[in-house]
Design a binder for this molecule. Structure first.
Ligand SMILES: [Zn+2]
Length: 127
């Protein structure tokens, strides 16, 4: 796993109010289905946890997504990152990323996930 990805995984888990660090392992839950996910304090996942970009990376180039993006600095802004189980991350990728921000249903799904993430968001300073 690349170290950039590890850093993003750690940033996501450190700002997740659901995550708890126990004996060097972060325990958190999939943003979608709440199944348990584990990640070492060095950013190594042990049961297939994946990094999810809630607003898909490809949407950041699309004008129709501007209102969703708001003041996010880019796809890797920590507020846009979450941990997801592989099954959910793949499912979302297939169904919504490609549909694009002009698709009403895709927008609703992304907006609802983004709201869920913000509800679980802890500022880095508070960790
Ligand atoms: Zn899941």
């Amino acid at each position: 796993m690349r170290s950039t990805l590890r850093k993003l995984l750690i940033a996501a888990v450190q700002t997740d109010t659901v995550a708890k660090l126990v004996d060097g392992t972060w325990r958190t839950r999939c943003l979608h289905c709440r199944s348990a996910l584990y990640i070492s304090d060095e950013g190594v996942t042990s049961n297939g946890a994946t990094l999810e970009h809630i607003i898909p990376q490809s949407w950041f180039e699309k004008r129709a997504a501007a209102d969703l993006i708001g003041d996010l600095t880019g796809p890797d802004d920590v507020r846009n990152l979450a941990l997801a189980c592989p099954r959910c991350n793949q499912g979302k990728g297939l169904n919504h990323d490609k549909a694009g921000p002009s698709n009403q249903r895709a927008r609703e799904v992304v907006q609802s996930l983004f709201a869920k993430r913000q509800a679980r968001y802890n500022t880095p300073d508070a960790v």
